[in-house]
Design a protein around this ligand. Structure first.
Ligand SMILES: *Cc1c(COP(=O)(O)O)cnc(C)c1O
Length: 367
């Protein structure tokens, strides 16, 4: 295989040629044309969440976690108290951020194959009124489980608390409508469902919550309030922006809108997910989650039942056939993951399933 393999990973993922080509130009960070691009990106991100007029979009340099940490650090007061319902590694990461930042933390712990329940959040908020914010992961990328954001948002709003959503692996593919799903912050990044290159995140923040957040942040560079104020004043990023990434993200969003926006992106991923699960089932590979709680973003599979299986050898053989898989993230079970995101070429997910089938056949023949 001489061409580069397709990435079946939940970011970085395979981006279009047009998106890659939009990185072939250098931009000055003071340049009016570059700052217009930043403005357009932010405006469109607000539109995707139906949050124009009620929320502000604050971009942040770095990988997605930088933006999650910036959101927690900026929006949760130092005397705040965060409730984190946990059913996977990204929820645990938010809990860890709270500990590192010295924000008071309470968790609700679930097994990794169980959705967060709005009723449990309700109970926790009722029993401890000192909780100021709930931080929820929408799609838990470590397994692919979807959490019921809308129901939880209603509960949190009814209690008058703030909701911070890590929508990293759902934003742009699964609907988040600020008009009906109240939230203080939704966090995502360039290199996920919007299919840009990795390198910047963004936080869609309710304007009132952002205005009240001055002085909360423990960190100079991660302060969303400061980034927002500076950007409003100057139209520029506060510190050096990832210029090529911003330009490519702008192009990726333009292509997203041409494709048909959220409905089309969500349908493409759902089709990939069905093709994947059905095809793998025919190969004898079972997915970890029931389809009813599976997000069409990334699927966890039990490892092939073969004495010769190791993830490394499986990965290498599938990669040689043009597709890059993702390791599992479950602590006790041997699993691997396949992402449904990105530009998967003409043969799409069917090509990936076929490659995996050939590798399995080789493995079994050799066993
Ligand atoms: C990708 C992702 C992140 C951010 O991870 P980075 O490696 O920092 O980009 C956070 N939360 C979820 C749910 C993710 O899928």
């Amino acid at each position: 295989m001489t061409t580069e393999p397709y990435l079946l990973t939940p970011g970085p993922l395979t981006i279009s040629l047009r998106t890659k080509q939009s990185m072939l130009r250098d931009w000055g960070s003071w340049d009016v044309d570059f700052n217009k691009i930043t403005g357009r990106v932010c405006e469109r991100l607000l539109q995707i969440a139906y949050s124009t007029g009620t929320h502000e979009c604050v971009p942040m340099q770095g990988s997605g976690t930088f933006s999650v940490e910036a959101a927690i650090g900026t929006l949760v007061p130092r005397t705040g108290h965060v409730l984190v319902p946990q059913n996977g590694a990204y929820c645990q990461r938010i809990a860890r951020i709270c500990r590192v930042l010295g924000r008071k933390l309470t968790t609700i712990d679930y097994p990794e194959d169980t959705q967060v329940a709005a009723a449990d959040v309700e109970r926790a908020l009722t029993s401890d009124p000192s909780i100021t914010q709930v931080a929820l992961v929408h799609c838990e990328t470590s397994t692919g489980i979807l959490n019921p954001l809308h129901d939880i948002a209603q509960v949190v709003a009814r209690h008058g608390k703030g909701l911070i959503v890590d929508a990293m692996s759902s934003f742009g593919a699964l609907e988040i409508d600020a008009r009906t799903t109240p939230f203080d912050a939704v966090v995502a990044a360039s290199g996920k469902c919007l299919e840009g290159p990795p390198g910047m995140g963004f936080v869609i923040v309710r304007r009132g919550a952002l205005e009240r957040s001055e002085g909360n942040c423990h960190s100079l560079s991660m302060d969303l309030y400061d980034q927002w104020v500076y950007m409003q004043k100057t139209t520029q990023w506060r510190f050096t922006p990832p210029t090529h990434v911003v330009a490519a993200f702008d192009s990726a969003i333009a292509q997203y809108l041409e494709e048909g926006g959220l409905a089309a992106r969500g349908a493409r991923y759902a089709h990939n997910c069905r093709t994947l699960i059905d095809g793998m089932a025919k190969l004898g590979l079972k997915s970890f989650l029931p389809v009813t709680i599976q997000a069409p973003i990334i699927v966890t599979f039990y490892a092939p039942d073969s004495p010769r299986y190791t993830f490394k050898s499986f990965y290498d053989a599938v990669k040689a056939r043009g597709y890059v898989l993702y390791p599992g993230k479950l602590t006790t079970l041997e699993t691997f993951r396949v992402g449904c995101m990105g530009q998967l070429g003409e043969r799409g997910m069917a090509g990936a399933v076929e490659a995996i089938g050939k590798v399995l056949a080789e493995m079994r023949a050799a066993a």
